[in-house]
Every structure is written in structure tokens, then in C-alpha cells.
Design a protein around this ligand. Structure first.
Ligand code: ATP
Length: 239
């Protein structure tokens, strides 16, 4: 079967004010693929995700998603195309219950989704959240909040999810649980772009790996090949 690119970046550059951070990133994520985007601190991984989501003050080049050019589109229009984003800082809204935070995911996507069915599916996938639907979201543990942020991204059935360091600061038992969840999502054919510092963990989940260094792609291979190549991991991913 021919591989269909769902997300394609071609020569993408981005700036924070006068600071030129991305210097021509080209990468693709095919439909149904899990791609790990790795590299050391400050390499430009978060900036790459922010550029795709329309959150950078200045970006150039070409970003295509599901056949559409993204760069001219406002951030909220990108959500409406079926692109979901779980930022590193999670953004669980204070004063809202778990249920209300999840509902925001439906509102942001503006998709024609039946709420009851969507909640039933989330409850099945995230048993920890099912037990805490009426609890205030920000009172969950850090790992549970991360699960909530992921569930909120998934609830409107996006075509693709971008995740920024989901395992960061989370206790090992929940990182394990998250690994099981991502494998399940992969088996369901979901398309994920996963930024991670926890390189080995990410490579065990992913189909393919891309390394960024100083705002440029320096390596691309299967995740298994990079997992086996300690030299390249040490050269570009050592913290
Ligand atoms: P980390 O894991 O540390 O977040 P990263 O690979 O995600 O690393 P980015 O956050 O994309 O890296 O940062 C890329 C570069 O852009 C770094 O040099 C960083 O200092 C710079 N940068 C990030 N955010 C800003 C900002 N708001 N203003 C100015 N420069 C920034």
C-alpha cells in the first residue's frame, strides 16, 4: 500500500523575534504512523510543534496537513481540520471538573461528535478519569492531569495528535500506563507525532524517528534502528 503523508513539513523556518530557531525543517508523518521527534534540550522540537499549530510569531516554508496548507491558517482553524495538540504545560483549566475540561476538547475541535458516545469511549480508554469525572481537573496528580490533557485531545477523534513530552515529570507507573495507551492508539491506526526527552521509551513506541539538532533535521530512520544505534543517540540526544 502506498504511504500517504498526513503531515508534511518542507523547508520550515521559525523565529522568536530576532532569534532564528528553525532553519529549514523537512519531515513527514504518514497516516497511521507514530513518529518520535527527539533531540537535546533547545534543539527546536517544541518550536516545530508550535509552528505546525500556528503558535509561532513568525514562520516560513510549507506545512501541509491532510492536503491543506497550514501556515496561512489561524490556530483555531487548524484544530478544526482534525489536528490536536497536547502542550508540555497541559493547560488543565482551574475551576473546571474533569468532565468540563474534556468537554473543552469537543468545543475546540468544533466537530460533529455525539457527546455521550465520546465520553463513553474516553471512560473506557481512561479508567482513572472515569472514576474522577466530577473532581476539579487541577486537583488530579501530575500524571493524571497529563492523561486528562491527552484524553481532551482525543475526545473529538482528531486525525492526528501532536504530543510534547507527555512522560515528563510523571511517576514510572503512569509512564508505563501511558506506554500501553500509546501502543493501543497505534494499533487503532492513530497518527501521532511524539516529542520526547525519554528517548528509549519513545523509540519503543514509535514506528519512525526524526532527530532535530540546532533547528535542523540531522537523522531519520526507523525507531528500531535508532534504538539500536547508541552512537547517534549519544551524539544528538544526550541531555
Ligand atoms: P526543550 O526540550 O528544552 O523544550 P526543544 O527542542 O523543545 O527543547 P525549543 O523549546 O523548541 O527546544 O527551543 C528552541 C530554541 O528556541 C532554544 O534555543 C530556545 O531557547 C529558544 N526559545 C524557545 N522559546 C522561546 C521564546 N519564547 N522566546 C525566545 N526564544 C525561545
Amino acid at each position: 500500500m502506498a504511504e500517504t503523508a498526513l503531515l508534511e513539513l518542507d523547508g520550515v523556518q521559525a523565529w522568536y523575534g530576532a532569534s532564528h530557531v528553525l532553519h529549514g525543517i523537512s519531515l513527514r508523518v504518514n497516516e497511521g504512523e507514530v513518529v518520535a521527534l527527539v533531540g537535546r534540550n533547545g534543539a527546536g522540537k517544541t518550536t516545530t510543534l508550535r509552528t505546525v499549530m500556528g503558535l509561532m510569531p513568525k514562520a516560513e516554508g510549507r506545512v501541509r496537513f491532510a492536503g491543506q496548507d497550514l501556515l496561512p491558517l489561524a490556530a483555531h482553524r487548524r484544530f478544526h481540520l482534525g489536528l490536536a495538540y497536547v502542550p508540555e504545560e497541559r493547560r488543565i483549566v482551574p475551576g473546571l471538573s474533569v468532565r468540563e475540561n474534556l468537554r473543552l476538547g469537543l468545543v475546540a475541535a468544533n466537530a460533529d461528535i455525539e457527546e455521550r458516545a465520546a465520553f463513553a469511549e474516553i471512560a473506557e480508554t481512561f479508567p482513572r478519569l472515569r472514576e474522577r469525572l466530577d473532581q476539579e481537573g487541577v486537583t488530579l496528580s501530575g500524571g493524571e492531569q497529563q492523561m486528562l490533557a491527552i484524553a481532551r485531545a482525543l475526545i473529538a477523534k482528531p486525525k492526528m495528535v501532536l504530543l510534547d513530552e507527555p512522560s515528563e515529570g510523571i511517576m514510572p507507573v503512569l509512564v508505563e500506563e501511558m506506554g500501553v495507551l500509546f501502543r493501543r492508539l497505534r494499533d487503532q491506526g492513530k497518527t501521532l507525532l511524539l516529542v520526547e526527552q525519554n528517548v528509549e521509551w519513545a523509540l519503543r513506541l514509535a514506528d519512525r524517528a526524526v532527530i532535530i539538532d540546532q533547528g535542523e533535521v540531522v537523522h531519520e530512520s526507523s525507531a528500531a534502528a535508532l534504538l539500536a544505534d547508541k552512537d547517534i543517540q549519544d551524539r544528538y540526544c544526550a541531555v
